[in-house]
Ligand binder design. Structure first.
Ligand code: NAI
Length: 510
């Protein structure tokens, strides 16, 4: 934008409501909303205090499914950035970057300058954020292949880049993992040669020991665990098994077959006080697991990285419905040829993905009773096919049909081709960076004595997740820009600035 400005260093707010110490930022914050009873609306203000630790902890990232396309692409991408490895393609010399990460490549509006022009800043100049280059990375995989060969197997990064990173990556060997064949597609069995043995309890203890050893040997302050392993089938919620934290722990003791590998990882992570993020669609966070996170005050987030098609869907459904056009049909076809696609070709794992993708237009439809009756929704169909030839370069074809003025029809069709893992890797980074920030933030109502941690279920990360987990009883927001502004307005709250309001009254009031 002509005349817009940029703050290229850490912001410092001057206000009686904001206090910077060497270690913390304290923000006394007025949270404004409105309470509605019948047709009577009362503006409300809640005085909150946020306390953000300024020092960055030494942080480790553990990936479950490390040897997969996402795991290797992320690991190699960070290494390339850290070592500033450049590589040649037929288009010329490439430099490493963090495109696709909102923490590294996006700015937010802070306010206006003396000429009333907007001023922007990167997120890590608002509050301190982890630098991905400083992350220590390791992980688990049911395939024993080292990260160098796993990167080659993935066929995602350019060859000249792979060639230069290979020797570093081949030294990285994944820890054995929990493999229970009935939880993922049968077609994955041929790569499962790196599996823990023993009962569920013994495997849980082994995972906990891995986390402890990693933390101690690297002298880490914090560890974040991310599931980027294959999609599992949905778990049935069974009373007495996984419905409460105590039942879940007992079921693990009893070696219950109803506990999925991903839930076992989540439990290990929570018991080791490590934030756990679920990047796949399955319902890892059974009620007992959420209760355990609440009890241990450990942050969790999920489900399912939101990379391409779902992001567009949440934007287009918002655009159409909030333009007053009645969206009536959404049909999405995908085909992809990577190992994720192979795993999703089994009906039970596909079902998890279908459920995860299907909720995305719900909130925008439910918010509009002028166009949709309470029992009415657009038709919504999701198809995913495995086509090996296209590899990681996923194809997504979508058709949106809406009813317009006076009986007209509006049909939008689109075709998207993109390397799936190159979209997912920066999203994993953002999840880790933002989740780590959440562990450094404490909050209280002004009148309360004690600060507490944020709610363990991090709905703040919804922008990055297809089927966002929210605190029990809290509404789910799928619309992309509200999700994004939830993040940037939260950043503003941490330094005592008002939320973005878009009114630009400075240019409208004479
Ligand atoms: P991938 O199939 O290349 O990698 C998954 C890895 O997990 C494999 O190396 C496999 O050996 C390993 N694995 C399977 N079960 C395991 C277990 N129990 N413990 C440890 N390792 C295990 O898949 P990709 O493309 O990396 O995707 C990973 C996950 O992320 C999938 O569930 C996918 O649906 C999800 N996802 C991916 C997105 C993308 O754009 N790439 C977007 C949204 C979600």
């Amino acid at each position: 934008m002509a005349g817009s400005c940029f703050v290229g260093e850490e912001i410092r707010v001057e206000s009686p409501d904001v206090i910077y110490t060497d270690t913390e930022i304290l923000s006394y914050y007025n949270y404004h909303d409105s309470r509605i009873r019948g047709n009577v609306v009362t503006p409300t203000t809640e005085r909150l205090v946020f306390k953000t630790q300024r020092q960055l902890p030494k942080t480790g990232l553990l990936l479950v499914g490390w040897g997969g396309n996402n795991g290797t692409t992320l690991t190699a991408g960070i290494l390339a950035n850290k070592l500033n490895v450049t590589w040649n393609t037929k288009e010329g010399l490439n430099h490493p970057n963090y495109l696709g990460s909102i923490c590294k490549s996006v700015t937010m509006r802070i306010g206006i300058d003396d000429r009333f022009m907007p001023v922007y800043a990167p997120l890590n100049n608002v509050v301190p954020l982890l630098n991905p280059d400083d992350l220590e990375i390791w992980g688990w995989d049911i395939s024993s292949v080292n990260m160098g060969d796993a990167m080659r197997r993935a066929k995602v990064l350019d060859w000249d880049l792979q060639r230069q990173l290979y020797s570093n990556l081949k030294e990285m060997l994944p820890w054995p993992s929990v493999y229970v064949p009935e939880w993922i597609a049968a077609n994955q069995s041929d790569r499962a040669d790196n599996c823990l043995k023993g009962t569920k309890k013994e495997m849980l203890n082994a995972l906990r020991q891995n986390i402890k050893d990693f933390k101690n040997s690297r002298r880490l302050d914090k560890v974040v665990v991310v599931w980027t392993a294959n999609t599992e089938k949905f778990a049935l919620i069974k009373p007495g098994v996984n419905d409460t934290a105590d039942n879940l722990l007992r079921a693990i003791e009893n070696n219950s077959s109803d506990i999925s590998p991903s839930t076992l990882f989540a439990v290990a992570s929570i018991l080791e006080s490590c934030t756990y993020i679920n990047g796949s669609p399955q319902n890892t966070f059974v009620p007992g697991c959420i209760e355990l996170a609440e009890r241990c005050r450990v942050l969790i987030a999920g489900d399912d990285f939101k990379s391409g098609q779902t992001k567009i869907k949440s934007v287009l459904s918002d655009f159409l419905i909030n333009s007053g056009l009645k969206l009536q049909s959404v049909v999405s076809y995908n085909h992809l040829g990577n190992n994720d696609g192979k795993n999703l070709s089994a009906p039970e794992t596909f079902r998890s993905k279908e459920i995860s993708k299907s909720g995305v237009i719900d909130d925008v439809v439910r918010a509009n009773r002028l166009m949709y009756r309470s029992d009415e929704s657009p038709d919504h169909c999701v198809v995913i096919k495995y086509v090996p030839y296209v590899g990681d370069s996923k194809r997504a074809m979508d058709e949106y049909i809406s009813e317009i003025f006076m009986g007209g029809r509006n049909t939008i069709s689109m075709h998207n081709t993109c390397e799936d893992s190159l979209l997912a890797a920066p999203i994993i980074l953002d999840l880790v960076i933002l989740a780590e920030l959440c562990t450094r933030v404490q909050v209280k109502r002004d009148k309360d004595e004690e600060f507490t941690k944020m709610h363990p279920v991090m709905s703040l990360l919804s922008f990055l997740l297809k089927s966002p987990q929210v605190p029990p009883g809290s509404p789910v927001v799928h619309m992309l820009f509200p999700q994004r502004y939830a993040i940037t307005n939260f950043f503003k709250a941490l330094i005592g600035l008002p939320p973005e309001n878009f009114m630009m009254l400075e240019h409208k009031v004479p």
